[in-house]
Design a protein. Structure first.
Length: 308
């Protein structure tokens, strides 16, 4: 006999402003405890060094978490030039230091320009990517370095917010805003910018500002969530279908809704829609379907928000 779950069926998304020094999983478990939720997951982890926007999915919302991993993201990062660590950030062990050349703002902007657009990036060893079934960071902790293939990513925007690379009060730091595609490693970007200047670099501080349609201004800290009443907590949940709002919406009849719930393909009138669509019945979100120009809709990913 399977063990009965003692928690509650909670469905929705909480936008957390993750604090410094905790892992994404610990942050998730803290919020999960507040809801006493049976099922939870996050959408793309932040390192303990990083703060900022961390969408947390509960219940049926975990079914959209994989789709949210594909979202573009925006970060603010402080790069320490002249220092290289084994992890690519300030949590790692310093492996080399180099003098930082005097760089004007114009020269820095020219440097950043080469990292804007579609570029190739080699993932860091301290990452969750796998080699022969083992995570790279596990191999790195064993002192092993594995050759990694460069991956194609896109840096849509790379803004210089502040720099101190000359003058008596210089600290050889850059503050950048990065708007990038999925798969981008900010630590690798910081190192590559440092290498292009001939001095290396490492991430000193990192904050996620945006993930897809969500913004840090919408997020709450664990302290704010803890101070909420139970009713306010549940009111703070974002609807499961909100991350899918860009997909076309299709309202189904009673008959078609029953068929879809049984995993059957339904046939509507031919239309101009093709591809993934959101399916609804009497205002309730049923899930995702795949629609063809002939009007046929096949169920793709169904949701059971009412736990029926």
């Amino acid at each position: 006999m399977s063990k009965r779950k003692s928690g509650r069926n909670v469905h929705g998304i909480i936008l957390l402003d993750k604090r410094l020094g905790v892992s994404s999983n610990r942050a998730l478990q803290e919020v999960r405890h507040l809801f006493n939720a049976n099922k939870a997951g996050h959408t793309g982890s932040l390192d303990p060094l990083a703060t900022g926007l961390l969408p947390l999915c509960f219940g049926e919302a975990t079914k959209v978490s994989a789709l949210m991993l594909d979202d573009n993201k925006r970060y603010q990062v402080v790069v320490q030039l002249g220092v290289m660590t084994d992890t690519g950030d300030a949590e790692g062990r310093v492996i080399e230091t180099k003098p930082v050349p005097n760089v004007s703002v114009d020269e820095m902007l020219t440097c950043l320009q080469q990292f804007t657009g579609a570029i190739n990036q080699v993932p860091p060893m301290y990452s969750a990517l796998k080699h022969n079934g083992k995570k790279l960071y596990e191999l790195a902790r064993e002192g092993k370095i594995i050759e990694r293939k460069a991956r194609r990513i896109t840096i849509f925007e790379l803004k210089l917010l502040a720099s101190s690379l000359s003058g008596a009060d210089r600290n050889d730091q850059l503050t950048l805003e990065v708007f990038c595609s999925k798969g981008t490693y900010i630590r690798s970007l910081a190192e590559d910018i440092g290498h292009s200047l001939g001095c290396g670099g490492t991430v000193l501080a990192l904050r996620r500002l945006e993930a897809g349609q969500f913004n840090i201004a919408q997020a709450r800290t664990i302290g704010q969530l803890t101070a909420m009443t139970e009713q306010d907590l549940f009111n703070a949940l974002i609807a499961v279908d909100q991350p899918l709002a860009a997909l076309p919406e299709v309202q189904l009849s009673d008959e078609h809704a029953v068929a879809i719930k049984y995993g059957q393909t339904i046939h509507l009138a031919p239309c101009t829609l093709e591809g993934a669509v959101r399916l609804y019945h009497t205002g309730a979100f049923l899930g995702l379907g795949e629609m063809g120009l002939d009007g046929k809709i096949a169920p793709k990913k169904l949701f059971n928000i009412n736990n029926e």
